[in-house]
Design a protein around this ligand. Structure first.
Ligand SMILES: [Zn+2]
Length: 392
């Protein structure tokens, strides 16, 4: 481990960086809206302790042998059918071992938090345990150690940025557990993932001494991020110039989703678009009406009825058809069918996972790969994380 650090220090300046609350990540598991009724399926095979402050001051602890009888009914929490009268955080800890939620094991502690008329179930987990869990769903099982190191640093950079952003927002969590941020579904043991996390512990990418928004996708399709219209794609290249990579990735071209395509009858397009366009009937064609220099489709025009047209967001095609893998595609009319052909899988920004896999096969190490995908960034290291104290 020491030799790795020396290597990085020798090649790149390694900044010490110490954001507060960095050691723990608060992950949103579920958000319960004011009028919902929900049972939370939380358990542990070695007993579970629930801490409450029912009168606002006195702490009360409850022990349950296996599962926690927790119901939420219109903003009120019921523990063992007893109403919890205050809105102080409720802490749930496994007596020993992992805590289970919806049949998945998790590291750390759960909290039920009350905020803005909603109730949140949040998992507070140590950063490196979080990264290890994220690799289960954001990584690819069986891929080499060096690729998993790339993923570990990418996911760590992203979550550290989210932790810092949460300091200025009032949300009671740092990051969502869905692909809106990074998918996180608890622990599945994997030796390569563990080694990748351990050997990169605390390392992340920074730009101007701040953690970067390390976006990544599955396959970039050889699209040039620098040519993407940032404002239309929802990314600010002035704030994140490391996402406007000029060098094109050709490393993913052998993967199956570099090119994709499908052909369906116009009637099928009409059927699906009718869910968002109320008067849609007799669809005769769909044409691309706004595309940026990189090839991302931002607007589509539906031609239907008696010379009617309707302009819709390009991403609607993505949301209505699972066959559509990215926003880079062409549409060709072929008799009564439409043929869609596209490139890449994802948003075309940041790290290309299949590209990184091929780079490792070609002898690249994780440092060189990350500098390729996030130009202008610097390797940084969380400082003295052991000395930081847990705080909720
Ligand atoms: Zn690529």
């Amino acid at each position: 481990m020491i030799s790795y650090f020396k290597l990085i220090l020798f090649i790149f300046p390694l900044y010490l960086f110490c954001p507060p609350n960095k050691t723990y990540v608060k992950v949103l598991l579920t958000e319960i809206t004011p009028h919902s009724v929900k049972t939370l399926n939380i358990s542990s095979s070695h007993g579970i302790i629930v801490d409450t402050k029912e009168d606002g001051h006195t702490k009360r602890s409850y022990y349950f042998k296996n599962s926690v009888p927790l119901q939420i009914d219109h903003q009120t929490v019921f523990l063992n059918n007893k109403k919890i009268k205050t809105q102080h955080p409720i802490r749930i800890n496994a007596f020993d071992g992992h805590i289970r939620y919806n049949h998945e094991n998790y590291f750390g502690t759960f909290y039920i938090l009350f905020h803005d008329k909603k109730i949140y179930l949040v998992n507070k987990v140590e950063l490196e345990d979080y990264i290890y869990s994220v690799l289960r769903t954001e990584g690819w099982p069986g891929w080499p150690l060096e690729v998993n190191k790339v993923f570990a640093i990418t996911c760590r950079s992203y979550v550290i940025k989210k932790v810092l952003e949460a300091r200025t927002s009032k949300k009671p969590f740092h990051i969502k557990n869905s692909n809106a941020h990074q998918t996180y579904r608890g622990i599945r043991h994997n030796n390569v993932h563990k080694q990748a996390v351990d050997e990169t512990a605390g390392i992340f990418l920074g730009y101007k001494n701040q953690p970067i928004a390390a976006m990544f996708d599955s396959c970039c399709g050889g699209i040039s991020p620098a040519q993407i219209n940032g404002s239309l794609a929802g990314v600010d290249f002035k704030k994140a110039p490391y996402l406007a990579r000029k060098q094109i990735c050709t490393h993913c071209k052998k993967c199956k989703i570099f090119h994709w395509g499908f052909e369906l009858p116009l009637k099928e397009f009409e059927h699906r678009f009718a869910t968002i366009v109320s008067d849609l009937e007799n669809l005769t064609n769909i044409t691309i009406s706004k595309v940026d220099n990189a090839g991302l489709v931002h607007k589509l025009t539906l031609h239907y009825g008696n010379k009617k047209i309707k302009v819709v967001e390009g991403k609607k095609l993505y949301s209505l058809f699972t066959e559509v893998k990215s926003s880079v595609f062409t549409i060709t009319k072929k008799k009564d069918n439409l043929v869609i052909k596209g490139q890449g899988y994802g948003h075309h920004l940041g790290l290309c996972q299949w590209g990184a896999w091929q780079m490792v096969k070609d002898g690249w190490n994780y440092i060189r790969i990350l500098h390729f995908f996030y130009p202008g960034t610097t390797f940084m290291q969380l400082k003295d994380k052991e000395s930081e104290k847990e705080n909720s």
